[in-house]
Write a protein of this length. Structure first.
Length: 306
């Protein structure tokens, strides 16, 4: 089976590597343009581009999907277009090229959580179950008919990175068989029902902002897990954005009653929320290194005085 693959992040690179290991004929790879790193300003390829380079596969990194790009793609011969978190909406002309089907690997149980952030949204909503959908792509975002689902439980301890790794493993466990079944007409895509459909937004840096005195503790914990890694969680005090790198519940039996908004305790910086108290165990001021909150007591005691 001949495949044209489109994707960008680490999870997509793992899926691409699976296709190589399973002896699929990958005729080309499409990924986001190289981005300049924060260190040294050197342009770095996406994880998918780097994986394609290891295997010597022709890689396309278009800034725009213009006529020049169209000409190159139309010159290729492939059975499947497989898309996994590419980062751009593909034009209709491209969906009509594969001889079998344009396939999207989506990390939710469609029609729930169409859009850009299904993993984060599932965690934010404290869902107990998620999964992956193998979908035939159409011109509408994540609205195409679905070939099959693979379900997965969400643990209370799962953060975004944990859950993404688990769903990626679930994908590579089943992808070869799924594609073979589609190729041999053993799987027929079923139209999604609009009842129960929902869309999730694109995540940006502001998504990680929390207002400690206006949100409850459960919401803050879910945000911490959902935005783990990027964009991370932060709060503002004295017009300074302070990143949160660790959270735990407040232990009143050890540290006593909370009598003010901020209080340094044995395990870190205790903070009152709208309904209870949480403890920030690691924090980071702008331009500074991450420190244990308990170690910040001497340097920042006055800063956190109310």
């Amino acid at each position: 089976m001949k495949v044209l693959f489109a994707g960008s992040p680490k999870s997509s690179a793992i899926i691409l590597n699976c296709l190589f290991e399973e002896q699929f004929n990958v005729v080309g790879v499409i990924s986001q343009p190289d981005k300049r790193s924060k260190r040294g300003g050197v342009a770095e390829p996406s994880p998918v581009s780097a994986e394609a380079l290891k295997h010597g596969i022709e890689t396309f990194k278009p800034v725009v999907l213009d006529e020049s790009f169209k000409k190159e793609i139309k010159s290729l011969d492939f059975d499947f277009l497989i898309v996994s978190a590419y980062g751009k909406i593909l034009p209709n002309w491209m969906l009509g090229i594969p001889t079998i089907a344009p396939i999207n690997i989506h990390f939710s149980l469609l029609p729930k959580y169409r859009g850009a952030s299904p993993i984060q949204t599932a965690i934010l909503n404290n869902d107990k179950k998620t999964g992956i959908s193998i979908m035939r792509m159409t011109g509408k975002m994540d609205e195409g008919p679905v070939y099959c689902f693979h379900e997965h439980d969400i643990l209370s301890s799962d953060n975004k990175n944990d859950l993404e790794e688990k769903l990626t493993s679930l994908c590579i466990k089943n992808l070869t068989k799924d594609l073979e079944n589609i190729y041999n007409n053993k799987l027929v895509p079923i139209e999604q029902k609009e009842s129960g459909s929902s869309y999730c937004p694109k995540i940006d840096k502001l998504s990680g902002r929390v207002e400690l005195n206006k949100e409850n503790a459960a919401t803050i914990f879910q945000k911490y897990k959902a935005f783990f890694g990027w964009p991370g969680l932060y709060f503002e005090k004295n017009n300074i954005a302070i990143k949160i790198h660790g959270l735990e519940e407040y232990r009143e039996n050890i540290d006593g009653q909370m009598d003010k908004r901020f209080k340094f305790v044995s395990s870190g910086l205790a903070v009152k929320t709208i309904d209870s108290t949480i403890v920030i165990t690691y924090l980071q001021f702008p331009g500074k290194r991450i420190i244990a909150s308990a170690d910040a007591a001497n340097s920042y005691a006055e800063f956190f005085e109310e």
